[in-house]
Ligand binder design. Structure first.
Ligand SMILES: NC(=O)c1ccc[n+]([C@@H]2O[C@H](COP(=O)([O-])OP(=O)(O)OC[C@H]3O[C@@H](n4cnc5c(N)ncnc54)[C@H](OP(=O)(O)O)[C@@H]3O)[C@@H](O)[C@H]2O)c1
Length: 261
């Protein structure tokens, strides 16, 4: 089997859950990976841990809500590893509640973190990151099955993820002639720290226990269990490969059958 040449990958939100599994897999697939998240100490600890596993990883603090921080981050990635071949827009947050009671600040923060960030980081990687000048590139956006169907008490989250899917389809079509593919990966329920926070939120909203919410969610998944971060990362790794060159402008689920769309 021929090995892939070493390429540079950038992963936002790479210190936890799905992002961390993506960093590990891409690095194992011979990518030089540059990761970012808000907590700089956690970024440093993650880089140290992965380097101890023999992986070619570096990183820097990043807040995807800030254009200035994104500029610094992409420059640092290029300085460390060279121009960017693969971008994974993974950083995100949950957020919702009774829609009539939502504060402007919550709405704005969810849209900024989950949707506007995808545009800002992608534009920066295409320009300062050098992807625009290449004849092969991969942009992979971690959306959600909530980007294809409405989630009760999750209007800002659902709206942001539908936006990511729409952005992906439009940019995928736009860049198709260039050799840069743009796809969304849509996880259903994945066991991560975010999933735990989501269960806490629903338990409070419905005045029940987290265990009862877990049971209710599991019952909705035909597979009968949450997906793992590694199962989501597996599709990201495939989309980053040469074999996936003709897959673009798609939104693909990893959800144990939760969504049939
Ligand atoms: N878990 C699920 O069931 C599920 C389902 C569907 C979709 N997703 C999506 O998958 C992605 C990852 O979720 P996860 O479950 O792995 O979450 P997670 O465990 O909470 O990890 C989120 C990561 O994003 C970083 N992050 C959060 N806000 C950021 C910001 N403003 N700027 C930069 N980094 C930021 C976090 O680090 P810091 O806090 O240090 O910034 C962390 O590294 C998200 O886009 C989420 O919407 C998750």
């Amino acid at each position: 089997m021929t090995q892939q040449p070493t390429r540079t990958a950038v992963v936002t939100g790479g210190t936890s859950g799905i992002g961390l599994a993506v960093v590990r897999l891409l690095a194992a697939q011979r990518h030089r990976v540059f990761l970012g998240a808000r907590d700089g100490d956690q970024v440093a600890a993650t880089v140290e841990e992965l380097r101890a596993e023999g992986l070619d990883v570096d990183g820097a603090a990043l807040d995807v809500r800030s254009g200035e921080r994104i500029g610094d981050f992409v420059r640092a990635a290029v300085d460390a590893h060279g121009t960017v071949d693969v971008l994974v827009n993974n950083a995100g947050r949950s957020g919702g509640g009774v829609t009539a009671d939502l504060a402007d600040e919550l709405w704005d923060d969810v849209i900024s973190t989950n949707l506007t960030s995808v545009f800002l980081v992608t534009r920066e990687v295409l320009n300062a990151g050098g992807m625009r000048g290449k004849d092969r590139g991969r942009i992979i956006n971690i959306a959600s099955t909530a980007g294809k169907q409405g989630v009760v008490l999750g209007a800002p989250y659902s709206a942001s993820k539908h936006g990511v899917v729409g952005f992906t389809k439009a940019l995928g079509n736009e860049l198709a002639p260039t050799g840069i593919t743009v796809n969304a990966v849509c996880p259903g329920y994945v066991e991560t720290p975010m999933a735990q926070r989501v269960r806490q939120g629903y338990a409070a909203a419905y005045d029940t226990t987290e265990a009862a919410i877990l049971e209710k969610f599991r019952a909705k998944i035909p597979l009968g269990r949450y997906s793992t971060p590694e199962e989501v990362a597996g599709l990201v790794g495939y989309l980053a490969s040469d074999t996936a060159a003709s897959i673009t402008a798609q939104a693909l689920n990893v959800c144990g059958g939760l969504g049939n769309f």
